[in-house]
Design a protein around this ligand. Structure first.
Ligand code: ATP
Ligand code: MN
Length: 467
């Protein structure tokens, strides 16, 4: 076959030099036609759109033609012509076809309309479907949006460690990292495991958040963000929790909680606008196939200011809803951690737009959050979104060394390996704020997918680490 340099289908669709000879490579989605002419829908992953390959059967070898089946990989040389019937502007009249990889009828993606559950079982192949192609292209584009947003505002991308020896944040939900022989653990007289001879000489785990190290960077470089994998061994089998997920964590020196809310709102809106601008075909596909309200929801989030409301006021609204006959699964009272049903009630039923809830009871929030004068609440902020509930969690940080230490003692936080964190408050402390956005929660919102397992290529959840 003549060697012609490959044109990606996404690029081919934009060309207008009809009559040019081109090469396309990709996987067969469908094949149909008559005894004389066949139409092959070829997809190479560069776009949701297939290119139609027109094959004049008389001009090709019969044995080769038999191998053009759903899932087969082809290289096609042909002439680019204007298309009338394919739904696209361009199609290719085949001159030469090479079968790069045949595909027999055991291929599981023969016909359309598989359930999402089944596709999760074949997560190694699901990127070849329209739906997952769209989701993973959007995932890439949202990662670019995040870097773009922070880079153009002078934030530095800071890499925090994945292996950590501090357990003050995620006690109870951390995955341990060890090279010890688990069948032969040395213990001291109290029964506690001796870690002296373990790889790091102490107990180590996978990080639940890059925030604490992010604060070290923010109090030096001013404005930073992290964007990396985080791990939580929480045994919550929900459509919004993964054991391994990606988190985006900006941290900014001199920002107070108001600045932090402004940043969060501007950031999410930037990302949603980016999806509309850069992923139009994929978003439209998901809108038409799964979620007819998707595009409208994206646009409505852009139009409106987010509601900003103290937790205490939010609880009053929820209590009034209960008094009015609304049924929640979990009880609601001042001091309760809000469940996703409560968050969604505020967003979807009551305000009908995103809500930033602030000033939570200190008992249900982390030790490092700035304490309010009332002695009861801390300067926390959660951004709550339609269909998702919490998409961002953040706060202004406690900058005062003594107040921070008091809180640490009150909460019995194990701080033996945290001297370095406390040094930020000891040496030139400053007001600062930050938040964490769950990348997959953002993807749930912009794709309209309803299960978080379907916006990450290879989900890790309790009892599931396949592929
Ligand atoms: P939730 O209450 O939903 O369990 P959280 O309060 O434990 O979340 P944070 O510790 O505030 O979460 O983490 C910051 C953000 O990371 C959350 O707002 C959410 O978007 C995301 N996130 C937290 N846990 C998970 C998880 N297990 N899987 C995916 N994303 C998560
Ligand atoms: Mn949170």
């Amino acid at each position: 076959m003549e060697k012609i340099s490959r044109t990606k289908i996404a690029d081919l669709m934009k060309r207008e030099d009809f009559g040019a000879t081109v090469n396309v490579k990709g996987w067969v989605r469908t094949r149909r036609g008559s005894k004389q002419v066949n139409f092959i829908a070829l997809n190479d992953g560069s776009t949701i759109n297939n290119v139609q390959i027109v094959v004049d059967l008389g001009s090709f070898d019969e044995e080769m033609l038999k191998l053009i089946t759903t899932g087969a990989c082809l290289s096609v040389n042909g002439v680019m012509v204007e298309s009338v019937g394919s739904g696209q502007k361009v199609e290719v009249q085949a001159r030469e076809i090479e079968i790069l990889g045949a595909c027999d009828n055991t291929y599981p993606l023969q016909k359309k309309g598989h359930s999402m559950e089944f596709l999760r079982e074949i997560a190694h192949l699901r990127p070849r479907t329209n739906t997952f192609g769209a989701v993973f292209r959007i995932r890439h584009n949202m990662a670019m949006a995040i870097h773009q947003f922070f880079h153009e505002r002078g934030f530095f991308y800071f890499h925090t460690p994945i292996i950590t020896a501090s357990d003050c944040e995620g006690a109870g939900q951390m995955f341990q990292v060890t090279t010890k022989n688990l069948y032969d653990l040395k213990k001291d007289e109290t029964g506690a495991i001796i870690y002296d001879d373990d790889f790091f000489g102490k107990q180590a785990s996978l990080t639940v958040s890059g925030q604490l190290e992010g604060e070290l960077a923010a109090t030096a470089l001013g404005s930073i963000y992290t964007f990396g994998p985080t791990f939580r061994a929480e045994n919550s089998n929900t459509p919004r929790h993964l054991a391994e997920f990606w988190m985006v964590e900006p941290e900014v020196a001199f920002n107070d909680i108001q600045d932090n809310m402004d940043l969060a709102e501007e950031f999410i809106k930037f990302c949603v606008q980016w999806a509309i601008d850069h992923c139009a075909d994929d978003v439209k596909f998901l809108n038409d196939m799964f979620d007819k309200g998707l595009i409208e929801r994206l646009q409505s989030v852009l139009k409106e200011d987010f509601v900003r409301l103290p937790y205490t006021e939010g609880v009053k609204i929820l209590e009034a809803a209960v008094a009015g006959g609304h049924k929640f699964e979990f009880p609601i009272y001042w001091g309760a951690d809000l469940a996703s049903e409560h968050e969604r009630y505020l967003v979807e039923e009551h305000f009908k737009r995103p809500v930033i809830l602030t000033d939570y009871p200190k008992e249900i929030k982390s030790f490092y959050m700035k304490q309010n004068e009332d002695g009861k609440t801390v300067r926390a902020m959660d951004v709550l979104f339609p269909k998702i509930g919490e998409i961002i969690g953040g706060s202004e940080r406690e900058a005062d060394y003594d107040k921070l230490m008091t809180r640490i003692h009150e909460m019995n936080i194990p701080m033996k390996d945290m001297w370095w964190y406390l040094d930020t408050r000891k040496y030139g402390t400053c007001p600062h704020s930050g938040f964490g956005l769950g990348f997959e929660r953002l993807l749930l919102f912009v794709t309209g997918m309803t299960n978080i397992r379907d916006v990450i290529p290879f989900p890790r959840t309790p009892r599931n680490a396949e592929f």
